[in-house]
Design a protein around this ligand. Structure first.
Ligand code: PHE
Length: 365
């Protein structure tokens, strides 16, 4: 029996046993469909617009009540079964794919290597230096990399015409348009010594600080220079501190950091902010003093600059030079790492080559 849908197209009546049989066969076939065919079949049978079963359900509207009940029940049951069969097949296909993927994992393959980081050799050196001075009662102080000329030079007793202020050595910050006090110029600090000024101006003595940080100079990158490099500054100011304290503290540091039997020597030197000033050498850690490539045959390695804090610096920073004295020192952890590990080229310490870097300080060491 044929009926018409509201648009006039002939549809198969639900009572048509052929169409129900055909649908039951298609239902039976669902269990063996592959994914694309399954999707297509779902639309063809259950689709909301063109689905055959949907069509049959819609067409029931025109049937007398008792037929409607009977066939409605049959069609609805078929629809539920179809839904369930499609869902079951879909789950089966999904699990099958997962199982296939799982089978493709080759358990005999070696595992993937995971990288464990290491501390950078310069970090190892800096941490050790800080630890040694911490044992002596020093604390860490930090300051910003961008400084003004007054703290980087003026307060540290550099005369205004000192060659270090020259653009050739100092990297100035372009502050055009910035709201700065008249005449103030900003620069990348050329040493960590301006942090001495910050520490002293922050409160009264005593001070015992070490200051790790970066310093910048207008140097081209070559085997022994880098435009940005680490420094470790030290400052001790109290009543009654003398050059003996400086020598004892820095000799102790050298023997703790290098070897317990290391020799040290102090050579006169000059810095505007210390008086007297000295440079400290340590007997070569690699050859023990007999002379090698690392110490250029001299048997000595130059480690740091130091001196008694100049009284002008103390008074520039609000510390009474009549009452207080102190010593300061500055060293370069990049340079010290080169000396300690016998590196000929500082650029090794700026590359990220893990084959090189992994030879130093394991993490947590
Ligand atoms: N600031 C000096 C430099 O960069 C090092 C130094 C620090 C020397 C403290 C003496 C005292 O070379």
């Amino acid at each position: 029996m044929l009926v018409s849908d509201p648009c006039g197209a002939p549809v198969t009546a639900p009572s048509d046993p052929e169409s129900l049989d055909a649908l039951r066969q298609r239902l039976a076939a669902v269990a063996s469909l592959e994914l694309a065919a399954l999707d297509a079949e779902e639309i063809a049978v259950l689709g909301r617009k063109q689905g055959e079963l949907t069509h049959l359900l819609k067409a029931m509207a025109t049937l007398p009540l008792d037929e409607k009940k009977q066939r409605g029940a049959a069609l609805n049951a078929l629809k539920l079964e179809f839904d369930a069969a499609v869902a079951a097949r879909r789950t089966e296909l999904k699990h099958g794919a997962e199982a296939r993927d799982a089978r493709e994992v080759d358990l005999t393959m070696p595992g993937r290597a995971t990288w464990t980081g290491t501390r950078h050799p310069v970090t190892v050196v800096m941490d050790e230096i800080v630890d040694i001075f911490r044992e002596l009662g020093f604390v860490v102080a930090l300051g910003p990399d961008i400084e003004n000329e007054e703290r980087n030079f003026g307060a540290l007793n550099f005369p205004p015409d000192h060659p270090a202020l020259d653009m050739h050595d100092t990297l100035y910050v372009d502050t055009a348009g910035a709201d700065l006090p008249a005449g103030e110029r900003l620069l990348l600090r050329t040493h960590t010594s301006p942090v001495q000024v910050r520490v002293m101006r922050a409160g009264p003595p005593p001070y015992r600080v070490v200051i790790p940080g970066l310093a910048y100079r207008n140097d081209p990158f070559d085997a022994s220079h880098a435009p940005a490099f680490t420094q470790m500054e030290g400052l001790a100011v109290d009543e009654g501190i003398s050059f003996v304290d400086l020598k004892a503290t820095l000799s102790h540091f050298a023997r703790r950091f290098f070897q317990s039997d290391a020799q040290v020597r102090f050579r006169p030197s000059y810095f505007p902010f210390t008086e007297p000033s000295a440079e400290m050498d340590v007997s070569c850690a690699l050859c023990g003093g007999s002379g090698c490539a690392a110490c250029k045959g001299s048997g000595w390695m130059e480690i740091l600059g130091c001196g008694m804090v100049h009284e002008n610096v103390l008074s520039n920073c609000g510390v009474d030079p009549e009452r207080y004295t102190g010593f300061a020192f500055g060293m370069g952890p990049h340079r010290i790492a080169m000396l300690r590990y016998g590196l000929a080229d500082i650029r090794l310490l700026y590359g990220g080559d893990m084959r090189f870097l992994a030879q130093f300080g394991a993490l947590g060491q």
